[in-house]
Write a protein of this length. Structure first.
Length: 147
């Protein structure tokens, strides 16, 4: 039997991880993040479907693609976290749990990063743990999916 799939969605500018403001986001690349998600999920009997886009509509399409079938969603929507009602509305349709991740501690940064359109839909929110936050998020989705 195929393992259940955890959707891992990264939003705008996260394709530049490792190059972009490394003092804030660290030196790991998006490929590093996606492989650590796959390893964390694999160890728990899950697979991942990793997706990154700089485009709001493409992110919405990916949520729609997996909304009924994913065991859960790990989402770092980048700046769309703070702006996108449309992505929020898409996430409101998903069947499985959502864990929101931010690599940086958004609450210790500019005030426009303090509000999230996603947090109240999420089972959990992980901020400021660097890319390790994705491991925690995958483990949490696995735990919730098993319950
Ligand atoms: C981020 C925080 C956002 O405010 C920012 O726009 C990002 C990355 C993070 O992972 O810390 O692009 O989501």
């Amino acid at each position: 039997m195929e393992p259940p799939v955890i959707s891992v969605i990264n939003g705008p500018n996260l394709n530049l991880l490792g190059q972009r403001e490394p003092e804030i986001y660290g030196s790991d690349t998006l490929a590093d993040v996606e492989s650590r998600c796959a390893a964390a999920a694999g160890a728990l009997g899950f697979a991942v479907a990793c997706f990154q886009s700089n485009h709001e509509g493409a992110i919405i399409d990916e949520i729609h693609r997996l909304r009924a079938t994913a065991a859960g969603f790990v989402v770092n929507l980048g700046a769309y976290t703070h702006t996108s009602v449309a992505i929020r509305d898409a996430l409101a349709t998903v069947a499985g749990p959502i864990v929101e991740v931010h690599i940086s501690n958004v609450h210790a940064r500019e005030s426009f990063r303090h509000h999230s359109y996603v947090s109240d839909l999420a089972s959990g929110v992980i901020v400021g743990c660097g890319v390790q936050g994705y491991d925690f998020a995958v483990a949490r989705i696995a735990e919730l999916a098993r319950a």
